[in-house]
Design a protein around this ligand. Structure first.
Ligand code: GLA
Length: 381
C-alpha cells in the first residue's frame, strides 16, 4: 500500500503545474451550495429562492457545509436609462438587495448569474460593455458569488472577456467567488486559475447516467475530468457542472454514485434539485459528512483514475493526514465483483456504510451493483 500511495502521490505531484492562481482568498475548498437552474430553469422567483434558502438550513445542508444560494439565468429583464441591470419586477418585486439580505440572515451566501456576451443563454441582457457597472451593482446587492456564462459572445476573445469581469469584481471591493462557465470550449483548465475560482469543463449536465445529445450524462463528464486533475487546487477548481442528485433521470444508486464521484473530483457541490420536498434518501446523500469531507479536504487534490478494469474503475484521491480516498465504480449494467489490494493499512472506512472494513489478506472485496460506487477512506500506517 505504501508503494501504491507513493506512486499515486508522486504522479499527482509531478502533474501539478505551477499556476499563478487568482489571489482573492476565496473557495479554498470547493464551493458548496444550491443553484436554481437544473431543476427550475427560467421558472424562478423570489419566493422560490427564499424557500430554497430556508430549506438549505432546515434540511441540515447548511450544517453539512452548503453555503451559496445561487440564482441562475432569467432573473434580469432589461437595463434602465443609466444602464443599470433591472431584475424582473414581476418575479423579484422586492429587489435583489432584499433577497440577498434574506439569504444572509440565514447565515448563507448569495449568488447570481450573468453572461460575458451581449445576452445570456436565455436572451436576457448580458454584461458585455457593462462589466464594472454590473460588478458594482452586485456588490451593492451583497452578492458573494457570480456565475458568468458564455452565450452570445460572438467574436469576443475568451480569456480577456473573463479577465475584464474578474478585474471588475476585484474593483468592486467585495469578495465575490468567480465561476467561469464557457463549457470547457477553450480548455479553461489551462488558463483560468488566474482569473476565477472555478471553471466549467463540459457541456451542460443532464440527469442521466450515460447519454449525449441535449446535455451530457454523468459518465461522459467523468471521462473528461480524468485528464485534467492537475489543474485543480485550493482557490481554483475544475467544475464538472452542478449536481443532478435527486432529479428524476437518476436512480437512487446513480445519484449516490454521481455525488461520490463529484466529491472525489474535488468538484464544486452545487445541489440542483428541489430542496423543499426531497426524499430522506436524497437528503442523506447530499448531507453525508464523511463523503463531503473527502470533497472538502484541505489539500485540494482532484482524484485521478487509478485502475481501469473496463466497467469497473478505481479512482484515487490523496487526502491530508496520510490518507487516501478510493471510489470503486461500476459503470455497467450488470453487477461486478471487485478485488483490490490495499493493505497493509491502518484503517479502512466505508464512507456510505459508515463502518470500518476488515481487509482479507490486504484485499478489499465487494460486489458492485450496476451504476454504483463504493467509497473508502484508507488511512496508512
Ligand atoms: C448555460 C449554462 C447552464 C445554465 C444556462 C442558463 O447553458 O451552461 O449551466 O446557466 O446557460 O441559461
Amino acid at each position: 500500500m505504501k508503494r501504491l500511495t507513493l506512486l499515486v502521490v508522486g504522479c499527482l505531484l509531478l502533474a501539478v503545474a505551477p499556476v499563478r492562481a487568482l489571489d482573492n482568498g476565496l473557495a479554498l475548498t470547493p464551493p458548496m451550495g444550491w443553484n436554481s437552474w437544473n431543476k427550475f430553469g427560467c421558472d424562478i422567483n423570489e419566493k422560490l429562492i427564499r424557500e430554497a434558502a430556508d430549506a438549505v438550513v432546515s434540511t441540515g445542508m447548511k450544517d453539512a457545509g452548503y453555503q451559496y444560494v445561487v440564482i441562475d439565468d432569467c432573473w434580469q429583464v432589461s437595463r434602465d436609462a443609466q444602464g443599470n441591470i433591472v431584475p424582473s419586477p414581476e418575479h423579484f418585486p422586492s429587489g435583489m438587495k432584499a433577497l440577498g439580505d434574506y439569504v444572509h440572515a440565514k447565515g448563507l451566501k448569495f449568488g447570481i448569474y450573468s453572461d460575458a456576451g451581449t445576452a445570456t443563454c436565455q436572451g436576457r441582457p448580458g454584461s458585455r460593455g457593462y462589466e464594472f457597472q454590473d460588478a458594482r451593482q452586485y456588490a451593492a446587492w451583497g452578492v458573494d458569488y457570480l456565475k458568468y456564462d458564455w452565450c452570445n459572445s460572438g467574436t469576443q476573445e475568451v480569456k480577456s472577456s473573463y479577465k475584464t469581469m474578474s478585474d471588475a469584481l476585484k474593483a468592486s471591493g467585495r469578495p465575490i467567488v468567480f465561476s467561469l462557465c464557457e463549457w470547457g470550449v477553450e480548455s479553461p483548465w489551462k488558463w483560468a486559475a488566474e482569473i476565477g475560482n472555478l471553471w466549467r469543463t463540459t457541456d451542460d449536465i443532464t440527469d442521466c447516467w450515460s447519454c449525449t445529445g441535449d446535455g451530457v450524462g454523468v459518465m461522459q463528464i467523468l471521462d473528461i475530468e480524468a485528464g485534467i486533475a492537475e489543474a485543480a487546487g485550493p482557490g481554483h477548481w475544475n467544475d464538472p457542472d452542478m449536481l443532478e442528485v435527486g432529479n428524476p433521470g437518476l436512480s437512487l444508486e446513480e445519484s449516490r454514485a454521481h455525488f461520490s464521484l463529484w466529491c472525489m473530483l474535488a468538484a464544486p457541490l452545487m445541489a440542483g434539485n428541489d430542496l423543499r420536498n426531497m426524499p430522506a434518501e436524497i437528503r442523506e446523500i447530499l448531507t453525508n459528512k464523511e463523503v463531503i469531507a473527502v470533497n472538502q479536504d484541505p489539500l485540494g487534490r482532484q482524484a485521478g483514475k487509478h485502475r481501469d478494469y473496463g466497467d469497473v474503475e478505481i479512482w484515487a484521491k490523496e487526502l491530508s493526514g496520510n490518507s487516501m480516498a478510493y471510489a470503486a465504480l461500476n459503470r455497467g449494467d450488470q453487477p461486478k465483483a471487485v478485488s483490490e489490494y490495499l493493505g497493509p493499512v491502518k484503517r479502512v472506512r466505508d464512507l456510505w456504510k459508515h463502518q470500518d472494513v476488515t481487509l482479507a489478506d490486504g484485499y478489499f472485496r465487494a460486489t458492485l451493483a450496476p451504476h454504483s460506487v463504493v467509497m473508502l477512506k484508507v488511512t496508512n500506517e
